[in-house]
Design a protein around this ligand. Sequence first.
Ligand code: BT5
Length: 325
Amino acid sequence: MRRRILETLKNATAPVSGQALADELKVSRTAVWKHVRSLRLLGYDIVGSPKIGYNLVGVPDVFVREELEAVLPPEYTGRVVCVDRIGSTNDAAKDMAAAGKLKPVGLVVAEQQTEGRGRFGRAWVSPRGGLWMSLVSRPRIPVVAAGRTAILAAVAVAEAIADVTGLEPKIKWPNDLLVNGKKVCGILTEMAAELALVEYLVIGIGLNANFPTSMLPESGGVATTLMAEAGGPVDRTALIRAIVTGITSALPSLGDGFDDLIKRWKELSETLGRRVELDVGGRRIEGYAADVDTDGALVVETASGERLVFRAGEVTLQKGGGSCE
Ligand code: BT5
């Protein structure tokens, strides 16, 4: 109901009377007024009264479930959870997926996370204005193919940022997104499996969208926000739409047809062709980032000419590129 009132007001060129809305939606004028009041509480700037008519003059930069569902692929309808504050969207998504909810897909979005998580148990700073979301899917793929999700998600988010903001994000292996060399997004993929098959995947995406860079942590490398790089606030709903649509349409290629995603990943890569230092569980390896294999693992060539393949680890990009000597 609230969504339909919102849609009508958005499309209207003149104030819409409470009676007209009541007739269209087959409810009382009081019911219309109550929904308008709840929209106002969500931050929608609606001027007028049931008699004079309602006019939508301002839309808040907050997520509203109905608005998100209206722009997402149809399978997400009724499966979007939008909250103001949460510990971690990944934890909430995993709990719901384990309880049999969010089937076959689902999305958890929060304005703010109090216990956002990075990889290896690290903290992820998640103030209001960012885009903190977790996407649940249930692809029928073997567990061994699940590692490809990180590659798929990084490509989808990079392409979404480019489409919506015009910025040119690059991917740092495996799935950090950098804009002008600074980290703007981190991705945390988790899964549950039954025997050798994936039961559900949770793709957690943390995108620094519209908040001051002073809120970012100083440790852990240089970070930035889309707002700082674009010179103004970005459309978070358009970003969610592009990200979810991109990931959802690419998911079938986790099994077969992954080559195209690897190709797109390589085109967006900031890592390949660079000298890197890799931290693998405390062990440090220096070399040249030569390639990613068909599963998205990083192939590093060391000075002695050895080619090593890494499925996980922390990459530091060294200054200057160049090939392996
Ligand atoms: C990541 O971890 O980059 C994955 C982050 C995933 C966050 C999303 S938000 C939605 C979903 N729900 C969650 O609870 N998590 C996911 P990692 O590569 O480990 O990077 C973490 C490191 O980046 C930290 O140790 C900090 O140094 C730094 N960091 C923390 N917050 C940051 C931020 N907002 N922007 C850039 N760097 C940050």
